[in-house]
Design a protein around this ligand. Sequence first.
Ligand code: UD1
Ligand code: UDP
Length: 377
Amino acid sequence: MKQLKVMTIFGTRPEAIKMAPLVKALEAEPRIQSTLCVTAQHREMLDMVLELFDITPDYDLNVMAHGQTISDITVKVLKGLEAVLEKEKPDIVLVHGDTSTTFVGALAAFYQKIKVGHVEAGLRSGNIYSPYPEEMNRKLTGTLANLHFAPTQGNFDNLIKDGINPDKIVITGNTVIDALLQVVKEDYVFQGKTLNQIDYAHKKVIVVTCHRRENWGEPMENIFQAIREVAQGNEMVEVVFPVHLNPKIQQLAQEFLGDVSNVHLIEPLDYEPFANLLNRAYLILTDSGGIQEEAPALGKPILVMRTETERPEAVAAGTVKVIGVKKERIIAEVKALLSSEKAYETIANAVNPYGDGKACGRIVEGLLNAYSKASEI
Ligand code: UD1
Ligand code: UDP
């Protein structure tokens, strides 16, 4: 049988984490010829993941530049992929989620009439400006895609509402659980001083991440003020905040939190220490997408600093609470979890709705099935 030529395309940290186990699964499947093109929309944060999972891309567009706009990324990725796709001529490209790399990867493939498989398809917040530009990126990618790998039944339902043929959708679970289960270990030992010195058994460790574009400016200032007030008023708390490498965020975090003794502003962590830090945390305060899927799997309460979420499953399960970006509300919600054991236990014991760690196998099977059923998908 002729091998199916599959090209995976990604460029940022979360895509890399969620696609790494899939790349491994594609490489292990004899009926598939797998190639990988990274756009390197992120550089250091991408390379950390590639190194951890021991993945060497076949193509690297190296597009990251400081201070570049979404348009800059779009133009560079579209042009860079043109030549790669012309040379490789894959049967199908796989893109993930909702970044600029995702949408432009799908568009570049469409321009050459190459099929598109969308991994982590069907997430919707219902507001095209939040998360921005991700909600639009995933809607546009859904329109361009020929096969949709939806993590949950809710994601499947969203695609049906958009008019997608149900035969082209496979419900898989989220690949992030596949990645997470590979790296979290109860006896994990952190490298370096900061994380080793923290007394996880006796202190309440709050892990913070914050990077969303719609939170840039005033919302992020509110968030950082709130964290400052929570930390300064409570010596039982240690805040660990691996700060995104975007210079705007680095600068603001230093300005608002740099002088608070129980707030540790550190560089982004490799995925392995970060996932293990989540596993030791008391609670997580974030505007991240992926962390909303990881925290429930680890039984950790998570407060989401956004006005809405495209991950309602974890909210329904009771493990994620969307708390907005107003200072007073953030302070009140964190304090409630710090002081009420009952509130904490209810959230921490909720179930993980994002899968069993076998999503990648289902995606590979879905791809092979689609191609065995028809010459055209
Ligand atoms: C991007 C995605 C967002 C995703 C996020 C995950 C878009 C429009 N945004 O946002 O959907 O949630 O990644 O983190 O696709 N930088 C570095 N080194 C790195 C990574 C970033 O220095 O390894 C700095 C650079 O100055 C870069 C800036 O961060 O220009 C912003 O990166 P960019 O990819 O444009 O946006 P993110 O905010 O990371
Ligand atoms: N993450 C990491 N190191 C860090 C912070 C986050 O490895 O210092 C991981 C995290 O576990 C999750 C992913 O990065 O898997 C989330 O990425 P991010 O929040 O940047 O993007 P989003 O999910 O919001 O698109």
